[in-house]
Structures are given as structure tokens and as C-alpha cells.
Design a binder for this molecule. Structure first.
Ligand code: ATP
Ligand code: MG
Length: 318
């Protein structure tokens, strides 16, 4: 079997919606939920947050994401990182390199022979340049953070890209991010989250069942006097966001499990055939959710038990 990683791309044309926070912390929560699962991350952005979060000081670097895009084997560029997450170091050379990228399916071809196991997460820039397009078209799951109407409007361009290429839009999932629970509205949609979801569903977009709250604690993890970027898993345990990230990571693990039941054509995004309905569907009427099969229930339990064990171990270690 080809060792194509389960690729999760985090993308939005809008800046500051929480892409990098989602990408980096999702990697850490996935690892905490399943310590045997190889999890890696790379970024097409040039702010080096991934490196600041995952690098192990003093480790010699053996290449970066620019080398990967020039054709170097991805598996050989993986560096052991903090929290058990591997990463491919970021590069400042990507804007120069863009011109030599051979079409929007180049990354999918490289990944097919990259020997990157488990899950790979790609953090993208706030635009739909050729690198983002590559990350979108190679992905098994695209997660699009939306925080306001502007970011919701921007989603249209990603959906249109998929439509133009004839790719399955079911792999695109929105997630409301930076939701401020203090904002309340009159009328049927009483808060930011339900309003954004309603607008999304009205446009035919799927949303993940969960969302990410705005939290001052989480904001302080990226900008603080130490210059380090701290993870939510270890430094924001008593926040709502901790539970929300657990839920996002669980969903991704389940989606990955169900990918095995589907087929991938080389260089084509994956169609999740027969996958359970984990997303909130744009649908009419009030048809009940499909009940979980015993297999799905077992998966939930397995993931939960592993997560408990991992968090307890972390707590014990201080
Ligand atoms: N849940 C949250 N609560 C509070 N602040 C957050 C949260 N998530 C992210 N932030 C903060 O919001 C800002 C933008 O987040 P982030 O860098 O993840 O967004 P982005 O979409 O990757 O931005 P860009 O498009 O510039 O790459 C950062 O200062 C980050 O610390
Ligand atoms: Mg970012």
C-alpha cells in the first residue's frame, strides 16, 4: 500500500483567523490522543511559528520545506520535534520557488512517494497561491477556519477551485474560530457561532460539529516575553478551547479511520465513501443523525481511553 499520509490542510484566504494555531495544536492533540500515530506538520508560511513551537534546540537541520518542493523525499526531511510531533522546517525561499512549482498537483505526486507516515498537517498562507492550491488538492481533509462574514465569504473561492477541478467538495469543512461568547444577538441566531454556521449551511458549506472559542489565555500562548509558542494541551488546560481541540482531533482521527474504507486515485483527493456523518450537513428538514455503528462506538471508546491515559501521564509528569 502506498504510504500516503492522511493529509489535513488548514486554509483560509483571510489572515488572522487562527489557521496556524489550529494546525500546530491539532498536531499536538492528535499525538496526545494516539501516541502511536506518527504526526507531522509543515508550513507554507514564512513566519516560522511551526519551527518555534516544535524545534528541539541544537538539532542539526537536514533540509526544509523548500527542499521538499524541489523534489527531496519528504520522509527524509522530517525532524523529530517537541511533543512527539515531527516537522519539516519552514523556509524563507518559498516566494521565489513558487514560479517553479509545476502545477497544483505537484505536491500530491510528491506525497505519493514521500514515505511520510500517519497524519501530515499543512499550515498555509492567507491566500490561494499555487502552494496553497497544492496543499488543498492533495488533502484528504481541508479545514477552513471562519471567524466572521469576511472569512465566510472568502470560502467561496476554495469551493470554486474544487468545483473547477471536479474535486469532491465533501472534503472541505468549515470551523468557526475565535468565537467570542460575549457577543449576543436578538433573533434565532443568538451568538457568533450559530450565526456563522447558519450562513455557512445556507451557502451549502459543511461545518465541523465543534468550534474554537476566543480565549485570552490562548492568545497569550503565542505572544509572551519568553518568545516561545506554548501548546494549548499543556498550557491552557482549564479553558473551553482545550475541550474543543480534543473534539476536533477526535473528529480527524475518525475521519482518517474511515479513509481506509475508501479509495484514492494517485494524485487525486480522496473521496470519503460510506463515511459516517461527522460534519453538520447542509440539509433540509430534520432528518435524524445516522446512529453510530458498533464499530464507530468502539473507535470512540478506544480514542477516549488512549487520550485519558496520555493526559494522565502528562499530568503525572507535571
Ligand atoms: N482561540 C483563540 N483565542 C484567542 N486568540 C487566538 C485564538 N486562536 C488564535 N488566536 C490568536 O489570533 C492571532 C491569529 O492567529 P493565527 O496566527 O493562528 O492565525 P492565522 O490565520 O494563521 O494568521 P495568518 O493568516 O496571518 O497566518 C494570533 O495572535 C493568535 O495567538
Ligand atoms: Mg498563520
Amino acid at each position: 500500500m502506498t504510504d500516503y499520509p492522511y493529509l489535513v490542510t488548514i486554509s483560509s484566504e483571510k489572515g488572522g483567523v487562527g489557521k496556524t494555531t489550529l494546525a500546530t495544536n491539532l498536531a499536538i492533540f492528535l499525538k496526545a490522543l494516539n501516541e502511536n500515530l506518527p504526526v507531522s506538520i509543515l508550513s507554507f508560511d514564512n513566519h516560522f511559528t511551526v519551527d518555534r513551537m516544535f524545534e528541539i534546540k541544537g538539532q542539526p537541520l537536514k533540509g526544509d520545506v523548500a527542499d521538499f518542493l524541489r523534489g527531496a523525499p519528504g520522509g527524509e526531511l522530517l525532524h523529530t520535534g517537541q511533543y512527539g510531533v515531527s516537522y519539516i522546517p519552514s523556509s524563507k525561499a518559498l516566494s521565489d520557488l513558487k514560479h517553479s512549482v509545476q502545477g497544483p498537483l505537484m505536491l500530491a505526486r510528491f506525497l505519493a512517494s514521500a514515505q511520510i507516515p500517519g497524519v501530515l498537517i499543512i499550515d498555509t498562507r492567507p491566500d490561494l497561491d499555487i502552494l496553497t492550491q497544492n496543499a488543498l488538492f492533495a488533502a484528504d481533509r481541508v479545514i477552513i477556519p471562519v471567524k466572521d462574514m469576511a472569512s465566510l465569504e472568502n470560502c467561496r473561492n476554495i469551493f470554486e477551485l474544487f468545483e473547477k477541478k471536479g474535486f469532491d467538495k465533501k472534503s472541505l469543512s468549515l470551523i468557526p474560530c475565535l468565537i467570542d461568547s460575549r457577543i449576543k444577538f436578538d433573533g434565532p441566531f443568538q451568538d457568533q457561532r450559530s450565526l456563522l454556521k447558519a450562513y455557512a449551511i445556507n451557502r451549502g458549506y459543511r461545518c465541523l460539529d465543534t468550534y474554537i472559542s476566543k480565549s485570552p489565555k490562548v492568545e497569550s500562548l503565542a505572544t509572551n516575553p519568553s518568545g516561545r509558542v506554548y501548546p494549548i494541551l499543556t498550557h491552557a488546560r482549564n479553558t473551553e478551547v482545550y475541550g474543543q481541540f480534543t473534539q476536533v482531533a477526535r473528529t480527524v482521527l475518525l475521519l482518517r479511520i474511515f479513509r481506509r474504507g475508501s479509495q484514492r486515485l494517485p494524485g487525486k483527493p480522496l473521496l470519503l465513501r460510506g463515511a459516517p456523518r461527522l460534519d453538520l450537513q447542509p440539509r433540509q428538514g430534520t432528518s435524524p443523525r445516522r446512529p453510530e455503528t458498533p464499530h464507530v462506538q468502539r473507535c470512540h471508546q478506544g480514542v477516549f481511553v488512549r487520550f485519558q491515559a496520555a493526559t494522565e501521564r502528562q499530568r503525572d509528569n507535571g
